[in-house]
Ligand binder design. Structure first.
Ligand code: MG
Length: 169
């Protein structure tokens, strides 16, 4: 069993959609980035990669690579999941928190959970998504950007790794 942590921040700008967990949230600002800047999906991917000690998304999907320009981060999450599964890891659960002063996100949470779960091929009850403000403090509080943190638990079963003794690693 392994756990990993992920953290990401993107700047809020005019003229971009606000995409969080694959949900386009109605707002007058959106997140800036090379991909669709889905800060929640990015934190989740880094948590998954971290759990497998497999680097980070910057390494797997370089921002300098034109193939990833504007790409859906849900598609990248699917790639990360495939990468882990190919190496014998299964996703146990993921929990995440979005740090944003605005907009209010509660009504979109379940759709975000379902989107992330679908790409990780797990049931939605294995994915937690929460949102918090910072009471007006810091860059998130000033509405300059949105941050996300995530933690992922992954596991491997004996059948995937010959010689593996559960609980000894
Ligand atoms: Mg990012």
């Amino acid at each position: 069993m392994r756990v990993g942590i992920g953290y990401d921040v993107h700047r809020l700008v005019a003229g971009k959609p606000l995409i969080l967990g694959g949900v386009t949230v109605p707002y007058h600002l959106g997140l800036d980035g090379h991909s669709d800047a889905d800060v929640l999906a990015h934190a989740v991917m880094d948590a998954l990669l971290g759990a497998a000690a497999a680097g980070d998304i910057g390494e797997h999907f370089p921002a300098t690579d034109p193939r990833y320009r504007g790409i859906s981060s849900l598609l990248l999450l699917r790639h990360v999941t495939d990468y882990l599964v190919d190496r014998g890891w299964s996703v146990g659960n993921v929990d995440a928190v979005i740090i944003a002063e605005a907009p209010k996100l509660a009504r979109y949470r379940d759709e975000m959970r379902r989107n992330l779960a679908r790409e990780m091929r797990v049931a939605a009850d294995r994915v937690g998504v929460k949102a918090t403000t910072t009471e007006g403090l810091g860059f998130a509080g000033r509405g300059e950007g949105i941050a996300a943190q995530a933690i992922a638990f992954v596991y491997t079963l004996e059948k995937h790794t010959p010689g593996y003794i559960y609980g000894r690693d």
